[in-house]
Design a protein around this ligand. Structure first.
Ligand SMILES: Cc1ncc(C[n+]2csc(CCOP(=O)(O)OP(=O)(O)O)c2C)c(N)n1
Ligand SMILES: [Mg+2]
Length: 714
């Protein structure tokens, strides 16, 4: 205020380019609002009426980037982009960004994006999905959303959000550029464009030269961004909002016209420290902090508007103060608005709302016959699981044009185990051979789902989920939570996994732990054990995604893909016929077979082993009931309770490791439900060996027989 009043403004290049006077005033107004909100958030935090704060000061030129885009272009924003959101709100009727953001600072249940769950930027009306705090984790899904725009030209999903000529924008900080997730996303965007795919994606790297306390080495960001094959680089001065608008407009025009990815390198400053109570003088010299403050973009704006004859310094100061007053007055009201108060209120957003889908007639019998060809005849015979899953995928892709399959080697090769064979020949671009990066596979799925597709991504082996688990845990699972279901990313993630491949592969191809999937709020995990049920369960999982917008993980036991026999070679008892379209297997329904004095609760390979054990036990005069959980998360407790009615003895067989896996949940529930004669057999807390000891650490038929007998004797 002192410097503007004294006309003491920083020097810099004169205003130039296509920004109009009205545009300049809109950017300046957004910048003043953003700055006032930053300052107000600190006042609120000190008063205990506001909570988490992270500011946008220094990054106000992002308002120019907003004006260079269209308000229906999806924007996945860096946390410092309040000015972007405010400027975009000015392009859409009926918006009140000041009030919305104050409600967010106050963690009010009326905050229109997260309902008081987090201080996030975001708005459904402004096509700004909320982002998590995990830096760069939104970039893989930006690649997916951009890819979906191209694919939708071949068939627009009924729930599509993005325009055919839309652009996706994703912004991030200079330190975040170094994250492997950011590098992966830049690489994937370049790779896809290099391969000829449409990729209308604009990355914006907001380079304030520092990440919390660690400086980016001089020249590093420009060097890295400039060396990305397939990604065109544009650079602008983020202290000069005319320059920002000019270059951003060129970048957006290029991306929209060429449908190729670009990155805008925007240099700026960070004011008021990193976040919350961060005091920059604890790691920067006072002179360094003062140098940044001297380059305050608002001071530059006042200079530039004066030079352009758009607004005088006095008028700019008047507006700045008026906005600050307005923000303070409205904050006093915002802090009085209701907050979330109960677990039920917080949790009401974990599961997104169901949606209504167009009811199609499905493919005609002729179309289906044409698609399946000779496979139709083979359907009359019992088949191993892998074929039945492949056919189920075929039927699902036929029935629902919005379904897409993506993963490593799923297309031309048809998957490592042949499950997706013929799909690419049958469905072309809806079956995508991705590059080798699990974060990209899940990001592709998330972004495509946000634009109305129903993705069926595949992770080649369970062990490799861990390379990308944040995409599932931090991104896909949390989107409804942070947007109150206004955005969702339904999908069915297929993962080949679990143990018992005879001597093949060792640990990484036989990973037997699902622990990482068991505690993600809202995610459903399903695991089939027999072919026809696998087909039915997959249909139900796709229904859960398409209709209920759920994120579902479908874990396919590799060792059972090709299993044909149960007790003796050639008996063919583990093959089944492809189920008719009318048959259904509902969410949470356990499988029950046999009856007897004791129940075995299991899933996956465990069911196969238990069935073998049951045959041997029957010869010894002991009858058992086998209960296949099928649904591992959440545990299907109601249905399990019904299946166990009248059973006093229960053996839990869990092929996963003893610690952290399904048996822990089942054992706990049995204890809480009042059972007193129950035991478990699990895998050891070990990795799996290759060669003859492949099953040494896993439950065995002998072990199950012995455990049943000893439990039976109690
Ligand atoms: C994956 C991850 N690791 C660490 C953090 C903690 N963190 C939050 S912001 C930040 C620095 C980011 O710096 P930069 O990308 O330059 O953005 P800026 O804050 O400077 O705008 C860090 C380390 C995080 N949010 N996510
Ligand atoms: Mg930075």
């Amino acid at each position: 205020m002192r410097r503007v009043a004294a006309g003491d403004l920083p020097s810099g290049a004169a205003p130039a380019g296509p920004l109009t006077g009205a545009g300049a005033r809109a950017v300046y107004r957004a910048a003043c609002v953003s700055r006032a909100l930053d300052r107000q958030s600190r006042v609120m935090q000190r008063a205990g009426t506001g909570f988490y704060t992270i500011g946008s000061s220094g990054h106000e030129a992002m308002a120019s980037v907003a004006l260079a885009l269209r308000p229906d272009d999806m924007a996945l924003l860096h946390y410092r982009d309040a000015a972007f959101q405010i400027a975009r709100a000015g392009q859409v009727a009926g918006q009140d960004p000041v009030w919305d953001m104050l409600l967010s600072f106050a963690a009010s249940a009326e905050d229109p994006i997260s309902g008081g769950r987090h201080k996030v930027l975001g708005s459904r009306a402004l096509m700004i999905p909320p982002q998590t705090s995990t830096i760069a984790s939104h970039l893989p899904k930006a690649v997916g959303a951009a890819y979906s725009i191209g694919l939708a030209r071949g068939g627009r999903p009924e729930h599509a959000l993005l325009a055919a000529d839309g652009v996706v924008m994703a912004s991030f900080g200079d330190a975040s550029l170094n994250h492997s997730t950011a590098q992966g996303a830049l690489n994937a965007a370049g790779w896809a464009a290099w391969s000829g795919a449409a990729m209308p994606l604009l990355f914006v790297c907001e380079d304030n030269g520092i990440g919390i306390s660690t400086r980016s080495p001089k020249g590093w960001v420009a060097a890295v961004l400039g060396s990305r094959p397939g990604v065109r680089i544009f650079s602008c001065d983020g202290l000069n909002f005319y320059d920002t608008y000019r270059v951003a407009s060129e970048a957006v025009a290029f991306v929209r016209r060429a449908r190729k990815p670009a990155v805008l390198h925007l240099t700026c400053v960070r004011l008021y420290g990193h976040a919350g109570a961060d005091v920059p003088t604890t790691y920067l010299s006072r002179a360094e902090v003062e140098d940044d403050e001297a380059q305050d973009p608002l001071l530059h704006m006042v200079r530039l508007m004066g030079q352009a004859g758009v607004m005088s310094g006095d008028a700019a100061l008047f507006d700045y103060l008026a906005v600050a007053d307005e923000v303070a007055a409205r904050a006093a009201e915002a802090v009085l608005r209701p907050r979330l108060e109960s677990a039920a209120a917080v949790m009401s957003a974990i599961v997104p709302p169901a949606r209504v889908n167009r009811v199609g007639n499905g493919p005609s019998a002729e179309a289906r016959a044409l698609c399946f060809g000779g496979d139709l005849k083979a359907m009359a015979d019992p088949q191993p699981m892998s074929r039945l899953i492949g056919w189920a995928l075929t039927d699902l892709l036929l029935a629902y044009p919005d379904c897409v399959v993506m993963g490593e080697d799923v297309g031309r090769k048809g998957g490592v185990y042949g499950v997706t064979q013929k799909l690419q020949a049958r469905f072309g671009g809806r079956v995508i051979d991705t590059l080798l990066d699990e974060q990209t596979i899940l990001g592709l799925a998330i972004g495509m789902a946000q634009n109305g597709f129903v993705p069926l991504p595949e992770i080649q082996f369970l062990a490799y989920l861990h390379n990308a688990e944040d995409q599932l845990r931090g991104e896909a699972a949390t989107l409804p939570f942070f947007s109150q279901g206004q955005f969702a990313n339904p999908m069915v993630l297929r993962i080949a996994g679990l143990g018992y491949q005879k001597g093949f592969g060792g640990h990484f191809h036989n990973d037997n732990s699902l622990a990482v999937l068991r505690d993600i709020a809202g995610v459903i995990v399903c695991c089939p054990s027999l072919g026809d049920e696998a087909a039915l369960l997959l249909r139900e999982c796709v229904r859960l995604a398409r209709v209920e917008q759920r994120v579902v993980v479908f874990v396919e036991p590799i060792a059972l893909y090709g299993a044909r026999d149960l007790a003796v070679a050639g008996d063919g008892r583990w093959m089944t016929r492809y189920p008719s379209a009318e048959r259904r297997l509902g969410f949470g329904e356990v499988g029950v077979s046999g009856d007897g004095a004791l129940a075995i609760v299991t899933y996956g390979n465990g069911r196969y082993l238990a069935a073998q054990a049951a045959a041997r036990l029957a010869e010894a005069g002991v009858a058992v009931r086998i209960i296949d959980l099928r649904w591992l998360v959440p545990l299907p407790l109601d249905s399990l309770k019904r299946a166990l009615a009248g059973f006093a003895r229960v053996l839990v067989v869990d092929e996963c490791r003893r610690s952290g896996n399904v048996s822990e949940g089942v054992m706990t529930w049995l204890a809480e439900a009042g059972f007193d004669r129950f035991a478990r057999i699990t895998a050891e807390d070990s990795f799996i060996a290759t060669g003859p000891a492949y099953a040494a650490t896993l439950p065995s038929v002998d072990g199950i027989v012995a455990a049943v007998q000893s439990l039976h004797a109690t």
